[in-house]
Design a protein around this ligand. Structure first.
Ligand code: ARG
Length: 704
């Protein structure tokens, strides 16, 4: 039976380390001993010869790596896909291998010229023949996999390699008889590891630890129950033994210097065909177009990095460089992904970066009709904060009510097609909801070189973390200036605030802002109102005397008394009208007709009659109140600020102030350029802000 297994090898007559094309070769140029290499190669040859038939291909002078016949091509039955080497240092081997295959009756398939694929070094059959594992990331291109699937009529499972030491699949992955797998998981990205785990049950996974992996333990030749490899640890040998394998060690140190070992030195040319297995690839590719300041704004880099980081692959097909300072560039990028799922993920991210389908390619987005109220179709497109357009009847239609985490519903209106963001709970039976990611674009407003630069600068500024005191002052100056502009031009500033505003002594400053017409709506919870009124009525906030900063006896009951009194009067408005409440944030809101919404929560005491305990109603009210906002000042409330962030479209300036950097980061992470995070005490911030606004208002008092 073993005789039916044929293995191709190539004697090391011209073997040497002549160049560096993988990390193992570094520092090893001409450091390997020809004599020892020959001896080690012979040993391997005889070990294999005892168990299979060995064929030889004539070594060619000038092609030192030709000993690694695993890279000649990939054989199945009488077909072979010839390798297309990634590095020019090895491309010269191709014709020699091709001649050998043709001379031995194989049908040779050749990939398009610049589509690298390094044969059985990067493609290994499951030993039961059920499918082909194919690697990509360093030497072979993902786009070669569909060709292989078709030519060899097999299923291809693509695995992404991420550790350059393990640049070929066979350096870290070795399928064994009986459905076992010997491999080194850290060499693969997480999606690939998931694929492996889905196909190979835990009991059949033999995991190699790093010390063995770097000795090329996975680069083993498996012939039935025998595993031939370079020297490895006793532990690994024991584990292989327990799985029923006989381990034959043979030294291959000279070949390790070139980044290869036992398996690399062999190519199995008898791979039986399973009748039941047929071509199947889950790889998808699509072309997207990007336009804008691709280089100066770093957009193209971001896009390409994102594709690779998410297990995809790309090819830039056309690139038109804008040469003038203000001209834009455009590129068409072909994106490939190992599965539909990953493609959609990558596309979603690219769309957020502004990628669009090539012109005319998509005339209509895909939609599905809602069949259960409040439930979207599975594959619904999840909206973002960015202004978005979708293709309907070959036209771009602007999406209304832009917000994140909603579904996009398209309809036929009087004046043509319409599109809007709708929350899941608002979906009605019959609504047509966009699914998938085809035919959508987001509009980023970076429209000049300077704009691009500025955008990057702000990002960097925000990313730099905790603000120093001076930075806080600078930010306050900037925020004050903008608030002043917005107010004077009839714009809208909305404030969300938590009770910490009151505890830190900010009530008087926030009251001032309301009085001066800076605040057009106030959003918060039960607590801010309770503690504000507690301070207004009893001089304490959560029982702490606000003048002296010490707890007052019985103070912990103050807020309940306040709640009780307001309840008796019928609400905040009534309390003001009846002259009971005469100062503070809530008082100013009533007096200045600033609408507010207090959204309830599980921990509310009372609640106040004004607190909306129906959260769906509260969410809708919040979203009404932020309509048309130019700026949202978020003051120390994680709950309400993030809630508001979720319903705010891009383009609204958000200033988030919190002593907890996590809250600030969370909001700045929207990726929206307009957000500014300030990590500081909110009472202090408000006091500085009011000072600054007063300075702006009375220029003659300006101090240095
Ligand atoms: N020096 C060769 C290269 O970098 C080593 C090839 C090892 N072959 C393999 N199937 N892993 O291409």
């Amino acid at each position: 039976m073993a005789d039916s297994i044929r293995i191709l090898m190539c004697a090391p007559d011209h073997y040497d380390v002549d160049y560096v094309i993988n990390p193992w070769m570094e520092g090893n140029i001409h450091k390997s001993s020809r004599e020892r290499a020959v001896e080690q190669w012979r040993k391997l040859y005889y070990v294999i010869k005892e168990r299979a038939m060995v064929e030889l291909v004539e070594p060619a002078k000038g092609w030192p790596d030709m000993v690694f016949t695993a890279n000649a091509g990939l054989v199945l039955g009488s077909n072979v896909v010839l390798s297309r080497f990634f590095h020019k240092e090895r491309q010269g081997e191709e014709p020699y291998f091709k001649a050998w295959f043709e001379g031995n009756g194989f049908t040779v398939y050749e990939l398009p010229p610049d589509l690298p694929f390094e044969g059985a070094g990067d493609a290994l059959f499951d030993r039961e023949g059920r499918w082909l594992w194919a690697g990509y990331g360093f030497r072979s291109e993902l786009d070669s996999h569909p060709y292989i699937a078709e030519w060899l009529d097999t299923e291809v499972v693509s695995l992404r390699l991420i550790d350059e030491r393990f640049y070929h699949l066979d350096t870290c992955f070795c399928p064994l008889s009986g459905g076992y797998l010997l491999y080194y998981p850290p060499a693969f990205d997480s999606y690939s590891n998931r694929l492996i785990e889905m196909r190979i049950p835990a009991a059949k996974r033999i995991i190699v630890a790093e010390p063995d992996a770097v000795k090329f333990a996975c680069n083993a030749v498996n012939i039935n129950q025998t595993v031939i490899m370079n020297q490895v640890s006793q532990d690994l040998k024991d584990r292989l033994g327990a799985a029923g394998f006989e381990v034959v060690e043979t030294p291959l140190s000279e070949f390790l210097k070139a980044g290869g070992a036992a398996k690399c030195l062999t190519l199995r040319v008898t791979e039986p065909i399973l009748e039941t297995v047929h071509a199947n690839v889950s790889i998808e590719s699509r072309v997207v177009r990007m336009e804008g300041h691709l280089l100066d704004a770093g957009l193209l880099n971001q896009a390409l990095d994102l594709i690779v980081e998410n297990s995809g692959s790309f090819r830039v097909m056309n690139f038109n460089l804008g040469v003038e300072r203000n001209s834009t560039s455009s590129a068409e990028v072909r994106v490939s992904a190992p599965s539909h799922e990953i493609m959609e993920e990558i596309m979603t991210l690219l769309i957020d970066l502004g990628a669009v389908p090539p012109p005319q390619e998509v005339c209509d987005i895909n939609t599905e009709v809602v069949s259960q109220a409040g439930v979207a179709p599975d594959d619904f497109y999840v909206s973002t904060i960015y202004p978005t357009e979708v293709r309907v009847d070959c036209e771009w239609v602007r999406v209304q009510n832009q917000r994140m985490d909603a579904a996009i519903v398209v309809a036929q209106g009087e004046a043509g097609p319409t599109a809007e963001c709708k929350l899941l709970r608002d979906l009605q039976v019959g609504d047509r909801v966009m699914v998938g990611v085809d035919g959508i674009r987001t509009i980023k407003k970076v429209d000049s070189h300077e704009g691009a630069r500025k955008e990057n600068k702000e990002f960097a500024f925000m990313a730099s973390g905790v603000s120093s005191e001076r930075r806080v002052e600078l930010l306050v100056e900037q925020v004050a200036w903008e608030m002043r502009q917005i107010r004077d031009q009839g714009g809208k500033i909305v404030v969300t605030a938590g009770p910490v505003v009151i505890h830190t002594g900010g009530a008087q400053h926030l009251s001032h802002l309301i009085r001066e017409g800076y605040v057009r709506a106030l959003l918060g919870g039960n607590a801010i109102a309770v503690h504000d009124m507690e301070q207004a009525l009893m001089g304490t906030s959560l029982g702490v005397d606000m003048q002296r900063g010490i707890p007052v006896r019985g103070g912990h009951r103050h807020h309940l008394k306040v709640i009780n009194q307001i309840r008796r009067l019928g609400g905040i408005q009534a309390a003001v009208e009846q002259g009971f409440l005469t100062q503070g944030v809530m008082y100013e809101c009533v007096k200045n007709e600033v609408p507010y919404c207090l959204a309830g929560s599980i921990r509310d005491d009372g609640p106040l009659p004004d607190t909306e305990m129906d959260l769906i109603k509260a969410q809708s009210r919040y979203s009404e109140l932020i309509q048309g906002a130019d700026m949202i000042l978020m003051l120390s409330s994680m709950l309400h600020s993030i809630g508001v962030g979720n319903m705010t479209p891009a383009g609204v300036k958000m200033v988030c102030v919190d002593i907890n950097p996590a809250v600030v980061t969370k909001l700045s992470d929207r990726g929206s350029v307009e957000s500014v995070g300030v990590v500081t005490d909110v009472g202090l911030f408000l006091s500085l802000l009011v000072q600054q606004l007063q300075r702006l208002t009375s220029p003659y008092q300006m101090t240095v």
